[in-house]
Ligand binder design. Structure first.
Ligand SMILES: Cc1ncc(COP(=O)(O)O)c(C=O)c1O
Length: 417
């Protein structure tokens, strides 16, 4: 009826920011895990001198070659940067991709296979937009992701109009989502899947079989694979086999694959906000065209510092050795209470009720850890235990060694034998 209002929308709903918008695409996006942790611990007093192991903030030293490059190029803050970065950055990035993933250097074209990002989160979010159809398989497109997961995947799926599908990453499947087990009706609607390897939070690493069957599935059902490999250079026993290596071995190319890499972890420089996307030249071309309209360029001085980081392996080896020392210390303290991750810098500790543990650990021991459930989603509505992160806390080994030792000893005393 002309002039009437639907019941769902009151005639005078107030300003946009004052209402929860049930019709918003983002209505089902929870606050960030860290905002939720702040709410949980709120006014609670820490039982001891507080130590935070909740955020994966590397907080290490900034190499001199980084500050030198920034200073050298500082005048370029006076110019708009290019979305594709500088020639120097592209050369450095492409050379790293070939070196790290054991690919023939002539098969990684600096002009076609790499693109700079303002940190991987920027790319992981914006990548879905240029590839999202209005429907697939006759219905709303689906983007699948592991559960638990790095929260930007869900934000990207929802914002781009897709239905996010949270696929459990459980101990029984090596903490990696089993996309091949999805029903045919879901596979038909899949546009993209996110894979995180080494995974945050569990530190699980995909092997050749995992990658090969995922790529075969992507071919069969016409979807793209978004491999978040920002922890690829932080590993414990052996360097993880990464998606580009597996895809190239399988198909002599990179079709359907984009991989995401970060200097936040490799170089311990999250404040630089610098990463890259590498992979299929067709996907990169389309993503670049979209970013040229809507993406934030990476500032030229940051690109200069980033190129230096992609070229240098010694600071990365030192960084990794420090994490290896911290993980070894964690194992000696937590012993068989913890599972040794393949990569990344988190301990994914099974504790019973993760949220309750995080609260009591803070109250009694002053140690701040992240409830695993805050990185996951319930798979049965209203049943918090169906969240695959429910029984876990995530502990980030990012402080200095002695702080970590103190914190983990408190954790062990709290958790008990
Ligand atoms: C799994 C995962 N992906 C991506 C990111 C984002 O990293 P960046 O700093 O490169 O945006 C993080 C950061 O914690 C992460 O844990």
């Amino acid at each position: 009826m002309p002039g009437s209002h639907s019941n769902a929308f009151p005639a005078n709903p107030g300003p946009l920011w004052s209402r929860r918008m049930p019709d918003s695409r983002l209505a089902h996006l929870p606050d960030s895990p860290f905002a939720r942790l702040n709410m949980l611990l709120g006014a609670e007093k820490p039982g001891k001198e507080p130590i935070s192991l909740s955020i994966g903030d590397p907080s290490g030293p900034v190499p001199a070659f980084v500050t030198d490059a920034l200073a050298r190029e500082a005048a370029r803050f006076g110019n708009y940067p290019q979305i594709a970065g500088t020639e120097d950055w592209r050369q450095a990035a492409a050379a790293w991709v070939a070196r790290r993933f054991a690919l023939p250097p002539e098969r990684i074209d600096p002009e076609r296979h790499v693109l700079p990002l303002n940190g991987t989160r920027d790319g992981l979010f914006s990548v879905l937009f240029p590839f999202m159809p209005t429907t697939k398989g006759g219905a709303r497109p689906i983007v699948a992701m592991p559960n638990p997961f790095y929260q930007v995947y869900a934000a990207a799926a929802l914002a781009s109009g897709a239905e996010p599908l949270y696929v459990p990453a459980l101990a029984g499947n090596g903490f990696l989502p089993d996309y091949a087990a999805l029903p045919a009706s879901v596979l038909a609607r899949l546009v993209a899947v996110y894979v995180c390897s080494p995974s945050n939070p569990e530190g699980a690493v995909a092997d050749a079989d995992y990658w090969n069957s995922l790529f075969a599935l992507a071919e069969a059902h016409d979807f793209i694979v978004l491999a978040d490999e920002c922890y690829a250079d932080i590993w414990y026993d052996a360097p993880p086999l990464c998606a580009l290596t597996a895809r190239f071995a399988q198909s002599n190319g990179f079709s359907r694959l984009l991989t995401f890499h970060s200097l936040s972890k490799r170089s311990g420089l999250p404040g630089l906000r610098s990463g890259m996307v590498a992979g299929c030249a067709h996907l990169i071309a389309r993503f670049k065209a979209f970013r040229n309209v809507a993406g934030p360029q990476v500032p030229t001085p940051i690109l200069a510092a980033s190129a230096a980081c992609w070229r240098d392996e010694s600071h990365v080896a030192a960084n990794r050795a420090a994490y290896q020392e911290k993980m070894a210390a964690a194992q000696s303290i937590l012993d068989d209470r913890m599972r040794r991750p393949g990569g990344g810098f988190f301990v994914w500790l099974r504790v019973g009720n993760g949220e309750d543990t995080a609260l009591r650990l803070w109250r009694q021991e002053g140690v701040r850890v992240l409830p695993g459930a805050y990185m996951g989603r319930e798979t049965e509505p209203g049943k918090s235990q169906s969240n695959p992160g429910f029984s876990y806390v995530r502990i980030a080994l990012v402080s200095d060694l002695s702080t970590i030792l103190t914190a983990l000893e408190r954790v062990r005393n709290f958790v008990g034998p």
